[in-house]
Design a protein around this ligand. Structure first.
Ligand code: SF4
Ligand code: SF4
Length: 250
């Protein structure tokens, strides 16, 4: 849970101004309240059809935030926080059913960005973002552990396919393969299985010692600045290795 924070109305207004754009304004204004999105949301369905959990109603909370600008208080920030972090996973299912294509997930993400301006972000996501900055991945995997894991998985691979390798930092390869940081931490065999596919397909591929985590939980948190930093890590690795393409694990 996020800690209680003092409200900074000016920072909130600045975030509102920065995030206001024509597409968002249109989405926030055109909802016809038809209710078609209600039954698409798992939060609504699994909470006795609580009207507060209808996607359009959650979108309205963000609209309220945009209208309030610097007129926010702690109580409102608390409500917004729970709506955008607690009541929406940004799955986009509701958008598939909205006749106007109103993208509640993007609206939620924008609402999260407003909370970021107040430092009001779930603690676990804050720790994850710190890990990206410190270790370059969301799971606090050190470079040494990452390389050890790749070498260990290469040994496993060679038991089945002698001669197969897991190339690291190979310059000019066709493909840079990136993974979810949960793989080296919890499911390392996924890496050797992917390597098996690449080997049997005759792919010219590599993994990178840096910028290998393809998740971006900073984006999920609504922290756009940190999200840009995380994306740049993979981009830098791809440019440094001069690969032609980047593949992600999921
Ligand atoms: S995007 Fe959010 S509001 Fe829409 S269905 Fe998914 S969880 Fe529900
Ligand atoms: S389906 Fe679209 S227009 Fe209808 S209530 Fe939901 S968000 Fe509004």
């Amino acid at each position: 849970m996020a800690e209680k924070v003092a409200v900074d109305p000016q920072a909130f207004k600045k975030a509102v101004d920065e995030k206001t754009n024509a597409r968002l304004k249109m989405w926030l204004e055109i909802c016809a309240h038809c209710g078609l999105c209600a039954d698409t949301c798992h939060f609504y369905l699994s909470n006795d059809r609580d009207p507060k959990l209808i996607p359009a109603v959650k979108g309205k909370k963000v609209l309220e935030a945009f209208k309030k600008k610097d007129k926010i208080d702690e109580a409102f920030l608390e409500e917004l926080y729970w709506t955008v972090y607690g009541d929406c996973t940004m799955c986009r299912r509701c958008t598939m059913f909205c006749p106007f294509g109103i993208d509640i997930a993007t609206i939620t993400s924008t609402g999260r960005g407003l909370c970021v301006s107040q430092g009001k972000v779930p603690e676990n996501l804050v720790k994850t973002i710190e890990s990206y900055y410190e270790h370059g991945n969301q799971m606090e995997v050190s470079e040494e552990d990452w390389i050890d894991t790749l070498q260990w998985m290469e040994e496993e691979l060679q038991e089945e396919l002698p001669g197969a390798t897991i190339p690291i930092d190979k310059k000019g390869a066709n493909l840079l393969y990136t993974v979810n940081a949960r793989e080296p931490k919890f499911y390392p065999m996924d890496i050797s299985q992917a390597a098996m596919v690449f080997y049997l397909a005759g792919e010219d591929w590599t993994m990178s010692s840096k910028g290998w985590d393809d998740t971006n939980l900073a984006m999920f948190a609504g922290d756009i600045k940190a999200a840009g930093y995380v994306s740049q890590l993979v981009r830098d690795a791809a440019e440094e290795l001069e690969v032609k393409r980047v593949a992600i694990t999921e």
